[in-house]
Design a protein around this ligand. Structure first.
Ligand SMILES: Cc1cc2nc3c(=O)[nH]c(=O)nc-3n(C[C@H](O)[C@H](O)[C@H](O)COP(=O)(O)OP(=O)(O)OC[C@H]3O[C@@H](n4cnc5c(N)ncnc54)[C@H](O)[C@@H]3O)c2cc1C
Length: 394
């Protein structure tokens, strides 16, 4: 009997899992035939069918990327792999992971992978929902932000982030907001109106007076550093401080800390102190057999404090989860663990920086790329093109 594998979500974590789980990493259209004949698993994926390449969203600000270019209908990718697609949303998981409920149905499985991505702590600072935009909310919100930005000829823009560190790592999006601030600077300079705007970068997670390469890049661009600052509330036309004073802002781009989607709390899955799906170092959901999770919805066991949620980390975790799931299905004990690595290119459009840290101190790509160079923007675009080509055609 073939085993039934169920995957929830069609984001980075789930698609990387598929890549590592199947015998072949790529499936040009003619090989799909063989997958149909030779297949040890029946795989089903529940999702919305639309993959979003989030790392490109900050570039909406400079007009180089758009929703159309970074959103992919993932159904052909799944079809080539003979994976059944269910266009639906999961609302509950029961029976120690063996039963998954959606808005329209009920699905059972022999092994389950959960890659449902992040939820954001929108109620942490009042007014976040009503008065801020976030690149993390997806292409539509970012396009709305850019439309507002382009309608302004002068003004004050606050860019900020808050991190959830309760699980001992960085559950939030700092790097992305630095990128947004520097790209804002570039876009306004290109329009010849930079001197008519103030750009502020704020975060309660940054020490006032902190120094370093990123701070240098922000200061070079005249970005005002509100390190250590957290508004008491976002309000119409600005931000309100704890003492009741207000700061004027024409636009606020803000991303709160990350947790797992709320419905996880009422499912049979364990939830960590920090609000993630609680997994062990093998990517296995604690206390549940044949249930795995990776990506922004799940925590880490004993992480280094600097490790962030990233597509890159989702890849490392999903690789390990795929190996462990296969091993468990063969009756073995999961034993594969993953490295911790922060790796991303900060695209400032007129400059680039590779932000990197690794638990084994290995440099990215054997150190062949420079750490600070405008050429890194080409490298970042190349990664994006290769990945989107893979999803579209292989
Ligand atoms: C602006 C921005 C820039 C970024 N830049 C970088 C970068 O340069 N480098 C990097 O490595 N990372 C970057 N990241 C982070 C990266 O995008 C995330 O870490 C990554 O998307 C996490 O993958 P995931 O699969 O966990 O979640 P997602 O990619 O968000 O996928 C989650 C999937 O689950 C689906 N889903 C959610 N709920 C349900 C449900 N109930 N039922 C069924 N399906 C569901 C969603 O539709 C989606 O398909 C960036 C993120 C943002 C927002």
């Amino acid at each position: 009997m073939k085993k039934n594998i169920l995957i929830i979500g069609n984001g980075f974590a789930s698609l990387f899992l598929i890549g590592y789980f199947l015998a072949l990493p790529i499936f040009p259209f003619f090989t799909a035939f063989f997958r149909r004949i030779y297949s040890r698993y029946n795989i089903t994926l529940i999702g919305n069918g639309q993959f979003v390449y989030f790392p490109a969203i900050p570039e909406f600000i400079i007009g180089k990327k758009s929703k159309k270019g970074i959103t992919i209908d993932i159904r052909p990718f799944l079809k080539r792999r003979n994976i059944r697609f269910i266009d639906d949303r999961v609302i509950d998981i029961q029976d120690d992971g063996r039963t998954v409920l959606t808005t329209k149905g009920r699905y059972t499985n022999d092994a389950l992978f959960i890659g449902i991505g992040p939820a954001f702590m929108l109620d942490d600072i009042p007014g976040t929902r009503e008065y801020t935009y976030s690149p993390c909310s997806g292409p539509d919100t970012m396009e709305a932000f850019v439309e507002k930005l382009n309608a302004l000829s002068e003004g004050i823009i606050y860019v900020g982030f808050k991190l959830n560190k309760r699980d001992g790592f960085v559950a939030g999006r700092g790097g992305q907001m630095y990128e947004c601030a520097t790209l804002l600077d570039f876009a306004l300079k290109r329009r010849g109106v930079r001197d008519k705007f103030e750009i502020h970068l704020f975060s309660p997670n940054l020490e006032p007076g902190a120094t370093g390469a990123i701070t240098d890049r922000l200061q070079e661009r005249g970005i005002i550093l509100d390190y250590g600052y957290e508004p008491a509330a976002f309000i119409e036309g600005g931000l309100r401080d704890a003492d009741g004073t207000t700061r004027k802002a024409d636009l606020v781009l803000f991303t709160p800390g990350i947790i797992a989607p709320e419905w996880i709390g009422s499912s049979c899955l364990p939830v960590s102190i920090g609000g993630h799906i609680d997994v062990d170092k093998y990517g296995q959901v604690k206390g549940l057999e044949y249930v795995f999770s990776a990506g922004d919805c799940s925590n880490h066991e004993a992480p280094p404090p600097w490790v962030p949620h990233q597509a890159h980390m989702a890849q490392l975790r999903s690789e390990s989860a795929a190996k462990n799931m296969k091993s468990a299905l063969k009756g073995n004990v999961p034993s594969d663990t993953y490295r911790f690595e922060l790796s991303c290119i900060l695209n400032m459009e007129n400059d680039g920086m590779w932000l990197h840290a690794a638990s084994d101190d290995k440099p990215p790509f054997w150190g062949i790329f420079p750490k600070h160079s405008k050429k890194l923007i080409t490298v970042k675009n190349m990664f994006e093109r290769i990945y989107l080509f893979y999803l579209r055609y292989l």
